[in-house]
Design a protein. Structure first.
Length: 374
């Protein structure tokens, strides 16, 4: 009996030593987990969780110790004030790094909070170019910015479709206003006429007044800078007003699977041309296999950005491994030297934290399904 107890104690002590050697490292994630944009937030969160599961399965060792990664998700509800509060909470929790946020309007103010507390954040979704203008060494983006998206859409409208007149609507958020301004500027430079400019907000669902005003100007297309929660109802109302032949352009905010549901079967969904930063899933280095794995784990939840949040998580950990430390003070300088083969792309950064050689892809909808513009 005594011998059994001694052996059991020895095993327990040995396992205790092994457990003591495992270091828990928290990765923060912030996105709207509630409200009308929660489907984006859930998708982003899924991407981070998948990355953490895959990293833990690899048995990552940093600084001679086995590391166990955990996620700490905070909900910013797409609200800038809540975004900075979430960022501060992650700073206070001393997470090793952050993936996020989703919206430019939350990411831009949060970036200062992260810079001030010395924690790096990598966004796979926020696209306003202003994010990297302060030059924070803690701010990185693994997706193309709105300069690429807005310009690509305007060039397609002018050069491929030969459109002459366009109306522009934006939701007054940092993202919506930014991408709309770039589209309008590029469209004008290509000789297109911006016949009307209208504004809404990211909570609205009734656009009949502004669409009626736009209809009177007889545009060939409408550009909407905003998200799918507004884009879907807008497509229904465009159809109701008899503008079934008007093209509908938008950035990655409307380029979701969800917009097909939100448009409620409107035929105008077929007029949508939207842009995403990055290659299509089929052309991403690991996109196809990754998507199959994602769909098995999270059926019917994929939107847009989860491959990028997956890669963003790996980029943070890759820098930790190269620095041989999970301490942000030690591994942040290694982020600037990233050369990581991700699911979405070969990831390397410009000095300001922008993705080098960022691709963009145009999409449309056929029979309610999203497909690459040929």
């Amino acid at each position: 009996m005594q011998l059994k107890l001694t052996v059991a104690a020895a095993i327990a002590a040995a396992s205790g030593i092994a457990m003591a050697q495992d270091v828990v490292v928290k990765i923060g994630h912030v996105a709207p987990m509630s409200g009308p944009q929660a489907h984006y937030g859930k998708d982003n969160d899924n991407g981070v969780r998948m990355a953490i599961e895959d990293l833990n399965a690899q048995g990552v060792t940093i600084g001679g110790k086995k590391v166990k990664f955990e996620i700490q998700t905070e909900d910013d509800a797409a609200d800038p004030k809540q975004g900075t509060a979430a960022a501060q909470k992650l700073c206070d929790s001393k997470v090793a790094g952050v993936v996020g946020h989703l919206n430019s309007g939350t990411t831009i103010p949060a970036s200062k909070v992260y810079n001030d507390c010395g924690i790096p954040h990598v966004t796979g979704a926020a696209t306003n170019p202003a994010l990297t203008k302060p030059g924070y060494k803690t701010t990185y983006r693994v997706i193309a910015n709105d300069n690429a998206l807005g310009a690509a859409l305007a060039l397609h409208a002018a050069d491929k479709l030969k459109l002459k007149k366009v109306a522009v609507i934006d939701d007054r958020t940092a993202y919506g206003q930014g991408v709309a301004e770039i589209f309008a500027k590029t469209a004008k430079a290509k000789g297109m006429q911006v016949v009307d400019t209208q504004f809404t907000n990211d909570k609205a669902t009734d656009f009949m007044a502004i669409l009626t005003a736009i209809k009177a100007k007889k545009p060939d297309a409408i550009f909407y800078g905003g998200m799918d929660a507004q884009g879907g109802p807008m497509l229904r109302q465009i159809e109701q007003l008899g503008m079934g032949d008007v093209k509908f352009f938008g950035g990655d905010g409307i380029c979701t699977t969800e917009i097909a549901k939100l448009s409620g079967g409107a035929k105008t969904l077929g007029n949508v041309i939207c842009a995403e930063g990055g290659a299509s899933l089929d052309k991403m280095p690991g996109g196809k296999a990754w998507k199959e794995k994602y769909d098995k784990k999270y059926p019917n939840q994929f939107q847009i950005y989860s491959p990028y949040t997956y890669d963003a998580t790996f980029v943070l950990v890759d820098a930790m491994k190269r620095a041989n430390s999970t301490d942000p003070k030690k591994y942040v300088p290694m982020l600037a030297k990233t050369a990581f083969k991700g699911v979405t792309a070969q990831i390397a950064f410009e000095p300001n934290g922008e993705l080098k050689n960022a691709a963009s892809t145009l999409y449309t909808y056929k029979d309610g399904k999203k497909e690459v513009v040929k």
